[in-house]
Design a binder for this molecule. Structure first.
Ligand SMILES: [Zn+2]
Ligand SMILES: [Zn+2]
Length: 170
């Protein structure tokens, strides 16, 4: 969805609201967003400053970074930017709009959604992950593996395991 900004830039006090389901199977194709991105908000000119303010809600589905279980979590993030016509007008959190004064709302929401994701995506905050020795999912069951007391020893053991795996494959 494209929001035309020419009138908004020209008229102080003007407000345009939006309420849109951004599809994530078209231009912003990304199967990690199974239900698209719902965004709601306004683009408004307050005293000559044009801002977009709203919220985006979406669920995100991907493997947990610790235990690899495919997990779906719901996020709700603010979409807040100042819209500028030129680089020199640009402020913090500002974005420079196309020269034809249009705003591609879909890609803006999609990019904001991607940027808001945590660097580590976990199935739950206290995910215990996989045992580095036997590979069991420690959220589901315990194992008898000794916690290696010396990290160098653990690295050595990993190295041995790897080479044994390799020789078995050969
Ligand atoms: Zn996990
Ligand atoms: Zn184990």
């Amino acid at each position: 969805m494209v929001i035309e900004l020419a009138n908004i830039f020209e008229n102080e006090g003007s407000v345009v609201s939006f309420d849109r389901l951004v599809p994530t199977d078209g231009d912003c194709a990304d199967e990690r967003f199974p239900s698209g991105i719902v965004c709601r908000g306004t683009v408004a000119n307050h005293c000559g400053i044009v801002t977009i303010q709203g919220m985006a809600d979406f669920s995100f589905r991907a493997p947990c970074d610790r235990c690899a279980a495919v997990t779906e979590r719901v996020f709700s993030i603010p979409i807040v930017h100042t819209l500028c016509r030129t680089e020199s007008e640009e402020e913090d959190d500002g974005i420079v709009v196309n020269s034809d004064l249009s705003l591609d709302l879909d890609s803006l929401c999609y990019e904001d959604a991607i940027l808001s994701l945590p660097t580590r995506f976990l199935c739950r905050d206290d995910c215990k992950g996989l045992c580095p020795i036997c590979g069991v999912d420690r959220n589901l069951s315990d194992c008898d593996c000794q916690k290696p007391s010396d990290p160098r020893l653990a690295a050595l053991r990993q190295l041995l395991d790897d080479s044994m795996d390799k020789s078995q494959e050969d």
